[in-house]
Design a protein. Structure first.
Length: 182
């Protein structure tokens, strides 16, 4: 445990940290993610995870021969296949669902929602019309007077809501949706 820690006070601090770890790290969750090629992503700060998600979606789309470009503003994350695109990227929660956070009514035409599980990935492509019908204004994330501008839909990948079924699910199904956009 000490890996060369020579200072006895630092060793003591490390031992105390080891005892506290059980209060903060769920061993069941660590076991679920153990060996996952995506586990490292969960250790990154939230803002970095969002950037990693954008890079994963951009790389995957480019590998599938879709044109991918950056935007010149913060209203969308990328332009994919000519569409201003918002990218949402959660990892699977312990409860078995994804929480796609911070949907706002901004200047984008589609949203690509990529969820990562320990050994799987799920993806949905949502048009702005679908977002207006089922997400924006329907699933508030923040409370209070000024909190109505964001939405936070939760999706169980094993049983997605009916309205999501035509929007993808697997990476292959999401690619079909992306390629079929008018």
């Amino acid at each position: 445990m000490d890996r060369g820690i020579s200072d006895p006070d630092v060793r003591m601090l490390a031992a105390i940290a080891g005892m506290l770890q059980a209060d903060y790290v769920d061993p069941e969750e660590e076991t679920i993610w153990g060996g996952s090629p995506f586990a490292w992503i969960r250790t990154r700060p939230s803002r970095q995870r969002g950037k990693i998600g954008e890079q994963l979606v951009a790389g995957w789309c480019a590998a599938k021969d879709l044109d991918v470009n950056t935007t010149r503003d913060s209203e969308a994350d990328r332009v994919i296949g000519g569409y201003r695109t918002e990218i949402k990227f959660p990892t699977l929660w312990k409860a078995g669902h994804y929480a796609f956070q911070q949907f706002r009514d901004q200047n984008y035409q589609i949203a690509v929602c990529l969820g990562i599980s320990p050994f799987d990935a799920h993806c949905w492509v949502l048009t702005k019309q679908v977002l207006y019908e089922h997400v924006i204004g329907h699933t508030g994330q923040h409370g209070g007077r000024r909190g109505g501008d964001t939405a936070w839909p939760h999706v169980d990948p094993a049983a997605p809501p009916e309205w999501l079924r035509g929007c993808g699910g697997s990476l292959q199904a999401a690619l079909v949706v992306l390629r079929a956009l008018p």
